[in-house]
Structure formats: C-alpha cells, structure tokens
Design a binder for this molecule. Structure first.
Ligand code: BGC
Length: 714
C-alpha cells in the first residue's frame, strides 16, 4: 500500500511538471455545471459530480439547467437525511452511504455532493430536511458511517457540505454568521471534524455564507487553519456553486475547485483570472500545484486511472429494500392516546384518506436534492397496497393552496370522515412549488415568492411555523367528527400543531421518506412495523420558543447574530425550562420499555477518562420493538455556563417481548469537556457530573452523579 502511494506521489510530481498553467486551471474549475475539465493530452479525465444526498440527481447538459430528460437517469430515492438521522441507527446510515456511493458510481460520478451536515438552528430553515439534527454529536455519529459507506467500496468521494455555519437560506450567498468561538467549536464544527478525522471524507464543500468577515471560500483560517492544519484534512475543497467571489482570496485560502451556476466557464475565478493571477505573481504557481496535487491524489484514491475501477450500479432491488428499511425506522410516533394506533385492518371496511400529502410524490422537490425517482409510493398508494381489496379506501384532498375552494374541500373531507370506519389525515409541508404554480396560473410573482416560503426547499426559509393551506382548520373539523382520526405530518421540519394537538389522539411524523415511504407509513399505521424513530430536532410549541428566535436572530439581515450561543435546540429548552411540544429524542413505540440497573465505572488515566455507562432495558409490553437509549451528561460544577444536558451516547437495540438487554455506552474525556476560549483547549474540570439515561431529552429514566478527580486539557 505504502509502495503504491509512493508510486503515485512520484507520478503526480511528474504530471505536475508536465502541465501548463492553462491545463492546471482547467482542472480547478467547472467546465460544465457538474464537471471540471480534464487534460486529454495526459489522459486526465474530468471530475464528474452530482447532487446528493438523497440519491443521484438527474443528468444536466454541461451548459443548461434544463435536465436532459432521457429515461436513463431514474434512480433509487433514499429517505432524506433528517429521516435517516431519525432512525438513530448507525448501521442504516452506513448502508445508505453504500447505496448512494454505488449508485453514484453506477451513474459514472466521481463525487457525490453530500451528506449535508449543517446544524438545524431554526425550525424555519428551508434545508432542514437535508440536514440531520440540532445536535452536533448525533449529526457526527450518523455522518461518519454514511461517509464510510459511500467511500469504502465504491471508488466514489463524498463532498461533505456546507462548511461551515450555513444554517439558513435567506441571503445565503452573502449573509455573515456572527457566532462566538466557543459556539463554533461546540456546536457548528464538531460534526465536520468527525467527518474528516473519523469518516475520512475525501472532499468538503465550502459554504456560501460569510464567517468572521470572509466568505467561507475565502477564509484561510477556516480552510487551511482549522480544516487542513488542525484536523489533518488532505482531500479537496470544492466551492458551493457560486461561492467564490475573488480569485486571489480563494486560491490563497486553500480552495481547490471552483464550481458555479453560470455557463461562462472561462470567466470563472479559477479559469482565466487564475491563469492571469499566476502570471502576474498574485497567486504563486506552487499554490496551484498544491491544488493539482490534491486533485490527482483524489483521482488515484478513486482508482480513476485504473482498469479495476468499481463500476457501481443503480436501481438494484437491494437498494430499494434499504430505502424501505430506513423509512420503517425513521417514522416517529408522536402521540398515541388510548392506543388508537396501530389500526386493525380487519375492523376497517372503509378507510378515509384525507389530505394532499397523501396523494403527491415529493422526490422531485427540494432544490438541488431533487431526485428523479424510479418510483415513489405515496401514502395513498401505500394504504391501498397494504389493505387490499377487502377495504374500500376513499380519498379526499382536504386542502389546497387555492384558498377559494377551501370550504368545499373541507366539507367533502368531513363528509367522507363521517361515513368511514377509520380516518387518516396526511398533511404537512410541500417540497416543490411547481404543481402549485400549475394549479394557480393566475399567480403573480409576489404570490409565487410567498408560496416558496411555505415549502421545504433550498433557497427559501419559511416565515412561520404554521401549517399552510388552512390545514389546521381541516384537521380540527375532521377531529370533531372522528376523534380517533390519525394525523400524519409529512414534512422536513417541525410544525406548530398547537391548534389541534390536544384534540388529536394519534399523531405520526413522517418525512420525505424515499421511494418506499408510503409503504413504510402504512406498515407503521397498521402495526406490521413497530415505530422506533426518534426526533432529532426539538418540536417547539411556538416559534418564539426556539432559541434562535428568542435569544438570537433569524434570519437577520446582512449579518445574523447567533445570540443563543451554545444553547441550540434541546440545550436551550432543558436549560431554560421551556416545555417543547415534542422533545429532542422523543418517539413512542407500540410497546413499553423499562430501564434499570444503572452502573457507572470510571477510570481516570493521566491523559483520558474512561466512563462506562451500563444499564438494562427490558421490553415489558406486548409486541417486539426497538428502542433508542440515550445518554446525556450534565456538568454540575462548571466554572462556565453549560447546557443542562448534552447528548453523549446512544444505541439502537431490538427487544423481543419480555427480553432484557444490557446496554454499555462508553464516554471519554471529550464527552465531559467544554471548549475553553481562553487557552483554546477542550477542558474537563474536576468535580461532580451527572449521567442521565433516557428515552428523550425530557424523559429521563435513570441518573447517577459521578466525580471526576483531575482536570484535563486537550
Ligand atoms: C447547493 C449545494 C449543491 C449545489 C450543486 C448549491 O446551490 O447549495 O448543496 O450541491 O448547488 O447543485
């Protein structure tokens, strides 16, 4: 292996010596919307890229954003990253990565533009569905196996995005995130650090926004200082599309490849302007050589020059099976009073399915994460498939963006609900504005903007937490005639449910959940699958309860002040005693779990602390199920302000009826530390800590104090 690398290194130097500056520049910028230029003379191919992260995006011509439209780019549509994270299942994250990498290679790509691992700071961010969690630890733990899955056996690179502190869409190209150093280190960087150090990500995408005065792609301290020098990142940095605004700044800050959204490829900052800058001595040629070295190294890692390169494949049946496995575990049972769920199919002769989200596909939405899915099982199709010919499934749209027909739609839905044995409402958010525009061709541009602000999509943040299109009223009116109507929210972000949550007995959260999403939903609702998904972001009662809105700003103006600091998500709700609608980590099951026998073993060594957290979980209910025990830590005697609890470990375990498992979760010094800005070191202060084990950030079942004797700095 070492021999091979040495061989490549020599070869790389030979190639660099051969290349003209024009050829070097060609390798460093887009010469098509999703590819660089190669150097034919030396048999160096272009680098081919595709979005990411829910599948491999459809094919575009080099110079147009209108898709080519052949039938050969249908693919497997994976559950969105938020759904994947809601499984809390690292094995499924690894397998999802494997599928994505395999499909990317199958489609002839070198780099897949994902995963997206920005922190969910506000429930309004339009790309929350593409990210994993409000918690950096959970995000990192799910991202690492995903990255390994993509890269390990596919000869494909991830491109982990968007580095860094890119937590909103409003003014995303220029907004400056004002975030203090401790918060940067404790909340916004750790998942990226893990992606690099543990996941061995081969490539990173620099974000659009500004940080500490510079656009991320111009920020030398971020790219060279933190990413390369401190974390040892040796891969390539690709700009988000149009995230570079200056040749010298970006070139000298360590950027490797400039991508953009326009077709004037020769004018890109890393095209002719870079050649000029080198000729005029503003950028040293050795700086460009470094970029070429990194790009060529990646090419060797991906076996681009080898005849043995993996071929990959797409639309394999086992890929579809994986999307189903993920969807099944991602669905979150939010509320289940009187055990309304699961519904018993034998008792249902007529089922009313209400709501537009039951009957539309979402795969083609969301912006760059859109997927040309081979198929998509909608909830309505899933219910029909599950119930078969003995149950009459009737559908009513219930709501629409066109408010003029609101009364009529609600009345139809209520009538249908009255005359059916069971009712399932599937509402939530939309993922694309296209069909809305078609329906409503009288829309003005302003109205169009408004519509986009109500959907889960790149490019737009929502302006409130409300359910759009008068759905609150629909849900209330249906619940009046059937209090056991099951309410399903299909969205990529939290929603304000306060108008009807007290009236509803059964509430289920599902997501843009991949091509088998509707099947998985039906299986959960009819009890073939016992739900085990858990929220990865807090659902607030009202928007004003969210820390970014209460203590900080969102979305700000030219700058956005992260005034809530480290108190993001449940860190805020727990510390400030704010009661959420549904807590981080929450998710019910059709069975019950008992937690007991908490034991904590601590061994302090000169340079680390081993904390072993042991406890037992028993399935005391009447069906088999899966549980996600969560370990939180609380620093009881800190010299600085710390969140009341922080997630530091979790597991996902399957338990048969009556079965007990002993869970062991290891914590190390990092789990107890905070980032000390004075000396720029992670710090563990001696004294008392509490270790808490629970089913969610609010539902703590076991806890114990521990004592740490020494201080640690690292
Ligand atoms: C998005 C990226 C995406 C890129 C290419 C950008 O607008 O922010 O996430 O990978 O476009 O489509």
């Amino acid at each position: 292996m070492t021999k091979n690398i040495l061989k490549y290194e020599e070869k790389i130097e030979e190639i660099i010596a051969e290349l003209t500056i024009e050829e070097k520049a060609a390798m460093c910028h887009g010469n098509g919307l999703f590819r660089t230029e190669g150097v034919k003379r030396l048999n160096i191919p272009p680098m081919k890229m595709a979005d990411g992260p829910m599948g491999v995006r459809n094919e575009f011509p080099d110079d147009s954003w209108v898709p080519i439209g052949y039938s050969d780019d249908y693919v497997t549509y994976l559950p969105c990253s938020l759904a994947l994270a809601a499984t809390w299942n690292k094995d499924l994250a690894y397998k999802s990565g494997q599928v994505l990498g395999n499909e990317a290679r199958g489609r002839g790509k070198d780099i897949i533009l994902g995963p997206g691992i920005n922190i969910i700071r506000s429930p309004l961010c339009g790309r929350n569905f593409e990210y994993m969690s409000e918690d950096p630890y959970l995000t990192g733990e799910m991202a690492v196996p995903f990255i390994k899955g993509v890269q390990e056996d596919n000869d494909v690179s991830v491109c982990v995005k968007h580095f860094a502190v890119n937590n909103q869409e409003t003014e995303r190209l220029n907004v400056e995130a004002i975030v203090d150093e401790r918060t940067l280190r404790e909340i916004y960087l750790p998942a990226f650090e893990k992606a690099v150090k543990e996941g061995n990500a081969y490539s990173i995408m620099s974000a659009y926004n500004k940080l500490y005065g510079y656009h991320c792609s111009h920020n030398k301290e971020l790219l060279e200082g933190i990413l390369r020098e401190e974390w040892g990142f040796d891969g390539i940095i690709v700009s988000d599309w149009g995230a570079i605004h200056d040749t010298e700044l970006a070139a000298n800050a360590g950027m490797d490849i400039e991508m953009n959204v326009t077709y004037n490829f020769d004018d890109y900052f890393f095209a002719n302007p870079l050649i000029k800058a080198v000729k005029e001595g503003r950028v040293k040629e050795e700086v460009v050589n470094k970029k070429i070295r990194r790009i060529l190294r990646l090419m060797y890692k991906l076996n681009i020059f080898s005849e043995e390169r993996k071929r990959g494949t797409y639309n394999a049946p086992e890929h579809r099976q994986l999307t189903l496995d993920v969807a099944r575990e991602s669905i979150v049972l939010l509320k289940n009073e009187n055990n309304v769920l699961p519904l018993k199919d034998t008792k249902i002769k007529t089922l009313a399915v209400i709501g537009e989200n039951a009957n539309i596909a979402h795969s083609n939405g969301g912006g760059s994460a859109e997927i040309k899915s081979l198929f998509e099982i909608t909830p309505l199709l899933g219910f029909n498939m599950r119930l078969g010919g003995e149950t009459k499934v009737k559908y009513a749209k219930g709501y629409s963006a066109d408010v003029s027909i609101k009364e009529q739609l609600i009345n139809e839905a209520v009538e249908l609900a009255k005359t059916s044995d069971a009712v399932i409402i599937v509402g939530g958010l939309k993922h694309t504005a296209e069909d809305l525009q078609l329906e409503n061709n009288a829309l003005s541009v302003t109205k169009d903007e408004e519509i986009k602000r109500r959907i889960d999509s790149e490019g737009y943040d929502k302006t409130d937490l409300n359910l759009p299109y008068e759905q609150d009223e629909l849900i209330k009116r249906v619940l009046e005639v059937n209090k056991n109507a099951v309410v399903v929210m299909l969205s990529g972000a939290p929603i304000d449910m306060s108008e009807w949550i007290d009236e509803a007995n059964a509430v289920v959260q599902t997501w843009y959940n991949g091509m088998e999403g509707g099947r998985a939903l039906a299986e959960v609702i009819f009890g073939d699958v016992n739900p085990s998904g858990k929220l990865t972001a807090t659902f607030p009662r009202k928007l004003e309860d969210s820390p970014a809105h209460k203590l900080g700003e969102f979305p700000g103006g030219e700058t956005v002040n992260y005034g809530e600091g480290i108190f993001v998500g449940y860190r805020y709700f727990s510390t400030y005693d704010v009661n959420p609608l549904f807590a981080f980590g929450h998710g019910l099951s059709y069975t019950e779990f008992k937690y007991d026998n908490l034991e904590i073993l601590i061994s302090e060594k000169p340079d680390d602390i081993d904390v072993l957290v042991k406890f037992k979980v028993t399935n005391i209910g009447e069906v088999d199920g899966a549980e996600v025990p969560q370990v939180y830590v609380s620093d009881l005697e800190a010299s600085v302000e710390r969140p009341k609890i922080e997630l530091k470990g979790f597991d996902k375990i399957n338990l048969k009826i009556g079965e007990t498992k002993e869970v062991e979760i290891k914590l190390d010094k990092k789990a107890l530390a905070f980032y000390n800005v004075e000396d720029k070191k992670w710090t563990v202060e001696s004294g008392k800590f509490k270790v808490l084990v629970g089913r969610s950030a609010q539902d703590i079942r076991l806890e114990k104090d521990i004592n740490i004797a020494s201080n640690y700095k690292f």
